[in-house]
Write a protein that binds this ligand. Structure first.
Ligand code: ZN
Ligand code: ZN
Length: 325
């Protein structure tokens, strides 16, 4: 597992086993994702697919450009795919102000057209037919804005789309994948457990969740590498700069996992068998890496050793070194 970025400004993680490499989320620009992969020695050409946890921008920002560039399939739940397409597709209805602006532009284009028709070199005794002048208006508008493309490319175009459903396992090459539902304010958010068949290694990603429900506790048993959210320190969030409504959202059952909640999971429900625990999606405004680490290490307590339960912190601005088992 290689965490390329983790946090509210972008998430992406490379999972590799056997001859299969996949990317989970593409929340940075395509350029930045490629730059970070080069930095950690991952070959983008080796990527077989991109998996998406949910449609929030910090998980999909570079998705379409990267998938098109690499010509690889994207795995979503159907609902997440639809939400993502809606997000990228401009709304067909327009505001009154927008409509007025459009009418004004069309009026100016027609006026230009009429003026051209009456210019000395094109002088004619007949006044131009009003229908004809209207039908020619777009051509004039196009001439006045030659840079504007006639038909915009579909921003949601992807080379291939595959749907999965939470609770239904599927495989990509040498990796078996178990997607599980997480409580978060997106249409159909998922975490993943990856099972490297040939090496019997299990890796899991569980970020962007308001709390740890029983199905997530079950899914996170017997994992060797766990990327777990440790989003905020409760006191920092309460005293912090966010507006009240945002604080409520983060704290809610469909928001983000606090250091305390992550520690509670590690203390009460975690089976203690992981080689490495990566704390991720740390808030830059409402957390400090040392606080997240302290809470997790205290929770793991005596189970921490050289061989197991090493705690790492994933960062927003730089990739983590690959975690190799
Ligand atoms: Zn997120
Ligand atoms: Zn999210």
């Amino acid at each position: 597992m290689t965490v390329l970025a983790s946090g509210s400004k972008g998430n992406a993680t490379v999972i590799a086993a056997g001859s299969t490499t996949i990317l989970v989320d593409a929340g940075l620009s395509c350029k930045e994702l490629l730059r970070r992969m080069a930095q950690v020695g991952e070959d983008p050409a080796a990527l077989k697919a991109i998996l998406i946890t949910h449609e929030h921008l910090d998980h999909v920002a570079g998705l379409s450009v990267l998938a098109r560039r690499l010509k690889i399939p994207v795995f979503f739940t159907e609902q997440t795919h639809r939400a993502w397409v809606r997000m990228l597709t401009p709304r067909s209805t327009m505001s009154y102000a927008k409509w007025l602006e459009l009418m004004q532009r069309e009026k100016e284009a027609r006026a230009e057209q009429t003026a051209a028709a009456f210019a000395p070199e094109a002088a004619s005794t007949d006044s131009p037919d009003s229908n004809e002048s209207e039908s020619e208006a777009p051509a004039t508008a196009e001439r006045s804005e030659p840079a504007a493309p006639k038909v915009k490319a579909d921003p949601a175009f992807l080379p291939a789309i595959e749907y999965f459903r939470a609770g239904h396992n599927f495989s990509i090459g040498d990796i078996d994948i178990n997607p599980f539902t997480i409580p978060h304010d997106a249409v159909d958010p998922c975490g993943f457990v990856f099972h490297a068949r040939s090496e019997s290694i299990r890796m899991a990603i569980a970020t962007d969740l308001g709390y740890v429900p029983p199905n997530v506790k079950m899914a996170l048993k017997q994992v060797d590498v766990l990327l777990l959210e440790s989003n905020h320190d409760l006191e920092m969030l309460k005293d912090g700069p966010y507006p009240w409504s945002v604080k409520q959202r983060v704290l809610s059952r469909v928001g983000h996992l606090s250091n305390t909640a992550a520690a509670e999971f590690l203390q009460r429900d975690y089976d203690g068998g992981a080689h490495t625990i990566v704390l991720g999606h740390l808030s830059q405004s409402n957390n400090l890496p040392e606080l997240a680490r302290l809470a997790a290490e205290q929770a793991i307590g005596t189970r921490m050793s050289l061989l197991g339960n090493r705690v790492l912190l994933a960062a927003q601005d730089a990739p983590l070194d690959p975690i190799c088992l």
